[in-house]
Design a binder for this molecule. Sequence first.
Ligand code: NAP
Length: 255
Amino acid sequence: MKKFCVLGHDIGYTRSPALHRAIFRFLGEDGTYDVADVPEERLAETVRRLLEEYDGFNVTKPYKEKVAALLGERDPVNTVRKGGKCTSTDPVGFITDYTDTFGIPCGKILLLGAGGAAKSVAQALSAYPAVQLCLFNRTPEKAAALASACGGTAVDNTAGRYDAVINATSLGLHGEQAAPEELDFRRVRYAYDLIYAPPVTPFLRRARENGVKTQNGLGMLVWQAIAAQEFWRDAPFADGVRREMAAAVKKELEE
Ligand code: NAP
């Protein structure tokens, strides 16, 4: 039986076990998926142990950068397989769900945030030459650094017309509004929020009230998990299987 887990700290909220167990059920497999919630002083020894005992593991808050450094990677990682090979499946998770929902990204896109999740989004969008990416963040220096790493322009004001606005800040998890006051949703076509709990954040509510088509981050979560399973197996699922799996798992998580 294959063994997997998620490594993080203070992650009582994590939906990864439910997600991966739903994938095993869909595939008719009896794999296990545990939670390794450890403080930082136990991180290095835990990574060594997980590499020995598990077929693969996910990495979440606050260790995506620290585990990458331990494994000799420069960019943050969220998926590690036996032997220590690692990757981040967040960019592909985001772009798959975004494209399924809104079509191929193009035009002027405003990205709110400049943390790890925003980096995954900016990386994914950098593959689309028809995207003109604007980056806005509370700490402007981080938006400028992300713009120079992934392309795009750091902005200090969000007024204007956008084909899409993406919230990759953590604002909205506890009812806070992520959209700056001057952002006029009447001039926006699509709004995507990486947050999925709650399913409708104040950001998405304000967008909907202005007739904007919206999507939360549950699809991204599901697609990054499917991509992690593919990475662990070192083999892609057939496209039809992958799509059926995503629909079944998403439905199960929504119930
Ligand atoms: P992070 O690295 O801690 O970054 C947090 C971002 O939010 C930063 O840009 C930060 O701005 C901004 N922020 C935090 N508090 C703020 C405040 N009071 N006012 C204005 N800006 C504030 O976190 P992350 O890993 O990027 O995650 C961000 C969100 O994405 C989380 O809600 C997470 O749940 C979600 N996420 C979803 C998925 C998915 O699969 N759907 C995957 C990954 C992450 P500063 O730079 O100024 O601090």
